[in-house]
Design a protein around this ligand. Structure first.
Ligand SMILES: Cc1cc2nc3c(=O)[nH]c(=O)nc-3n(C[C@H](O)[C@H](O)[C@H](O)COP(=O)(O)OP(=O)(O)OC[C@H]3O[C@@H](n4cnc5c(N)ncnc54)[C@H](O)[C@@H]3O)c2cc1C
Length: 321
């Protein structure tokens, strides 16, 4: 029976959860399993063995559509009841947070959210360290129920590839007709490269005084074949973009992120801090973003960016000669 069971609807998050679960399970002599829930079961699930799973438990049902939290809760709670793990790690995506909360309530189990580390005491009790206030602090929780549940945000743990193949076991668990039926599922139309996939992001904040200056950011981004993104108020208050970066928005892992007039609130930084290099341009030398950036420029962005663009263009022209 597995000590640690992992679930996420996102394949990459499953691999990340398995990476950490495998490490802890090896130290404690436990087994690790993953759960797959869906309308049908893909053929390649044994490959999760190469990411740390000993077993993959699957539940297939026509009721498992559209990530309906009611039916997914039935399925996950059913798997947990059969498998009896000591700890269940669930990806802290929007659906994952709802499904884990409902599952914990169903089982009368404790759930710790936004876990960044965990361990088992000698008696097998789970302790989980969890981010609070968007990462400003860390709380340590002890979860005495069995199972204990913990949610983990994407990109917190590292996926680690190894040799191995998992045993895939289909489970027959009871899933009720949901009270709420999803009538239609429409994927949002994506324009161009997704911010999450762009190697370079120019990140516009409220320090940009007027929409007419957005062309500056676009010109800068185009020199790197990058994308222009923004902070939440630039989207929610000014309506310049439909989405934003940060805690409640998209999270990027760019090679280079150039922030223009971004103050550096923790809620925003959560969305950009996994970028390899952060360059901040802000006119206030005390702006918090400078403590998060690899390079900082204290300047009015409206004056500095045209100079930067001109210098980059001159450099490209010189290299092309
Ligand atoms: C629960 C919750 C969730 C949130 N989630 C998010 C989220 O996901 N993403 C997000 O972005 N925010 C989020 N916020 C809002 C967040 O707290 C900040 O209010 C927001 O990030 C600030 O955006 P900003 O840096 O663009 O603007 P501001 O804080 O207004 O900063 C503007 C900056 O521009 C600088 N500036 C001004 N003029 C110039 C100039 N001419 N040249 C250069 N610099 C200049 C200023 O010095 C200042 O530092 C959330 C808030 C809450 C409460």
């Amino acid at each position: 029976m597995p000590g640690i069971l992992v679930y996420s609807e996102k394949h990459q998050v499953v691999r990340e959860l398995l990476g950490k679960a495998r490490q802890v399970a090896d130290e404690k002599g436990m087994a690790v399993a993953a759960v797959y829930l869906g309308e049908s079961v893909p053929e390649d699930l044994a490959d999760l063995g190469a990411w740390g799973a000993d077993t993959v438990y699957t539940v297939a049902s026509p009721l498992l559509v559209g990530l309906n939290p009611e039916t997914y809760t039935d399925a996950l709670a059913g798997v947990i009841a059969e498998v009896k793990p000591e700890l269940v790690l669930v990806g802290a995506t929007k659906p994952g947070l709802e499904i884990s909360a409902r599952t914990a309530a169903r089982l009368g189990a404790g759930v710790a959210s936004f876990c960044v580390d965990f361990d088992f005491s000698a008696e097998g009790v789970v302790t989980a360290q969890c981010m609070i206030y968007s990462g400003v602090g860390i709380n340590t929780y002890q979860i005495k129920t069995q199972p204990a549940l913990a949610t983990v945000a994407p990109a917190v743990f590292e996926a680690v590839k190894r040799d191995g193949s998992a045993v895939v076991t289909a489970l027959d668990v009871s899933i009720r007709q949901p009270a709420m039926t999803i009538l239609e599922y429409k994927e949002k139309a994506a324009a161009g490269v997704r911010w999450e996939d762009a190697p370079v992001i120019v990140d516009v904040g409220m320090g940009m005084s007027d929409k007419s200056h957005l062309g500056l950011a676009e010109e800068l981004a185009s020199l790197f074949e990058g994308q222009v993104a923004c902070s939440r108020p630039v989207s929610s208050e000014r309506d310049w973009f439909p989405e934003w970066l940060g805690l409640s928005g998209k999270k990027i892992h760019a090679d280079l992120c150039i922030t223009l007039g971004i103050s550096g609130s923790i809620q925003h930084v959560v969305g950009i801090r996994d970028s390899k290099t952060i360059v901040a341009i802000n006119s206030d030398e005390n702006a918090g973003i400078f403590s998060q950036a690899d390079y900082g420029v204290i300047a009015d962005l409206h004056e500095f960016v045209p100079i930067l663009v001109a210098a980059l263009k001159a450099r490209s022209a010189k290299l092309a000669r």
